[in-house]
Design a protein around this ligand. Structure first.
Ligand SMILES: N=c1c2ncn([C@@H]3O[C@H](COP(=O)(O)OP(=O)(O)OP(=O)(O)O)[C@@H](O)[C@H]3O)c2ncn1[C@@H]1O[C@H](COP(=O)(O)O)[C@@H](O)[C@H]1O
Length: 107
């Protein structure tokens, strides 16, 4: 089990964003704003899908890491704490996704 959590990465991203370091990809993305960050997020999502469809497990790991990093950057720029997403997921535990979808279409 990795000794690293998404909360650790969220903290690093926040620190690097505030650093303004010209060598920081994170600081660059924060400076460019939500449009550029979401464009990168979309590209990484597509690259993740391609790796999965090809059955390339090594690429799937690498592209997933790129995807999650850029997703956290987008959350950071949008001012949404990762904990809000974790709480949303926590609230969904114990509820079947199929049942949840069915309840939405009734409502
Ligand atoms: N996890 C990451 C991380 N994942 C991806 N990237 C960067 O995201 C960028 C993606 O750019 P590209 O689109 O060119 O990469 P790509 O999609 O592989 O390229 P192509 O396949 O399109 O050619 C690269 O510069 C990667 O280095 C990341 N940059 C930073 N982090 C984390 O953030 C920390 C701080 O980084 P800096 O802000 O750069 O100091 C790092 O120590 C890491 O923990």
């Amino acid at each position: 089990m990795a000794d690293f959590s998404l909360l650790d990465l969220e903290k690093i991203i926040g620190e690097r964003a505030r650093s303004g370091d010209p060598d920081s990809w994170t600081a660059k993305l924060f400076a460019k704003g939500i449009d550029k960050a979401t464009q990168k997020l979309g590209e990484e999502a597509v690259e993740t899908v391609i790796a999965a469809v090809k059955g390339d497990k090594q690429a799937l790991v690498s592209e997933s890491a790129d995807l999650i990093y850029h997703w956290l950057v987008v959350l950071g720029i949008a001012g949404v704490p990762l904990d809000d997403v974790l709480r949303e997921l926590e609230g969904r535990t114990g509820r079947s996704g199929v049942a949840e979808k069915a309840s939405r279409s009734k409502g």
